[in-house]
Design a protein around this ligand. Structure first.
Ligand SMILES: [Zn+2]
Ligand SMILES: [Zn+2]
Length: 144
């Protein structure tokens, strides 16, 4: 369990002023699997006291302040995942993601960095979206 103080600290670390809503959203994200990414709809279903536009604004703020990163896993909805404490991925994720074709969950592989790629002259890098597709460990266990 996370204390109010811990959650406020996580917000202030990223220069986000702690408000009741922001604390509530971050608490929920901390309680969910932190190695997984969730869509706006997933979060909305778990936070039914917050209306969708407030939730979206809160997530956008979290994203702009590098508290969460976003992943486009090709499912049609952007997924969000908490950044690890002290992580310095500038803006977009610097690590690999995995999208399970059976349970449709998206996982963060924080320990696997996106390889550096030398782009042709004149191209500058802003963000990368590195998503593997396949069967996750939970689904492959239950397939046997
Ligand atoms: Zn799966
Ligand atoms: Zn991630």
């Amino acid at each position: 369990m996370y204390s109010e103080k811990e959650i406020e600290e996580r917000l202030s670390e990223r220069n986000i002023r702690p408000t009741a809503i922001r604390i509530l959203v971050l608490r929920k994200m901390l309680e969910m699997n932190q190695d997984e990414a969730f869509s706006l709809l997933d979060l909305e279903n778990r936070l039914d006291t917050i209306d969708k536009s407030t939730l979206f604004r809160t997530l956008t703020l979290f994203h702009d302040n590098l508290l969460v990163h976003s992943i486009d896993d090709g499912s049609g909805s952007i997924k969000y995942s908490l950044c690890k404490r002290g992580c310095e991925c500038f803006g977009e994720a610097s690590h690999v993601h995995f999208s399970c074709t059976l349970c449709h969950r998206t996982f963060c592989f924080e320990k696997i960095a996106i390889p550096r790629i030398d782009l042709p002259v004149g191209f500058s890098y802003e963000s990368a979206n590195f998503v593997f597709k396949g069967v996750c460990s939970v689904c492959s266990r239950s397939q046997k």
